[in-house]
Design a protein around this ligand. Sequence first.
Ligand SMILES: [Fe+2]
Ligand SMILES: [Fe+2]
Length: 184
Amino acid sequence: MSLKNAMTADFLRSAYGGESMAHMRYLIWGDSAEKDGFPNIGRLFRGVAYAEQVHATNHFNVMKEQVGDSTVAAGAVFGHTNIVENLQGAINGELHEIDQMYPVYLETARFQEEKDAQRSFHYALEAEKIHARLFQEAQNSAKEGKDIRSETIYICPVCGFTEIGDEVEKCPVCGVKKDLFKAF
Ligand SMILES: [Fe+2]
Ligand SMILES: [Fe+2]
């Protein structure tokens, strides 16, 4: 993998920072959901935390030849209050990535003909659309004091595609076989 353009490199570093923080935030909110009596929403947070780790790893690997230190500015959501508010924070973070961040980063990588960065941004954008929907559904349940259903959550280890239940044979985004998916 090689990277030629500074602006795409900046966007990769920022996306890496954002995904890393989302990963940690979802683990924190997942523990909290479990303690508050919503074990399945806790599991959703942990599954999606893994998907964000996949994205962070992909971005990091595209930059593997960019050796050295950088200070990274990246979007971060703060707040650790109750499950409904935590889910709102998760929804807001995902929507920022879907509506602002990844479309712009992807367009820049396309313009700069950075194929590896395009793939990495595309994978993340597609997964975040699913995450926003799943967190919204979870919040609708939590507002009524109910947990989500107890089905297994599957995460693609290549692109972070996220699926509840057992419906896909291979990843619809990157094509990897379902047997490789990580289950939560
Ligand atoms: Fe996400
Ligand atoms: Fe995938």
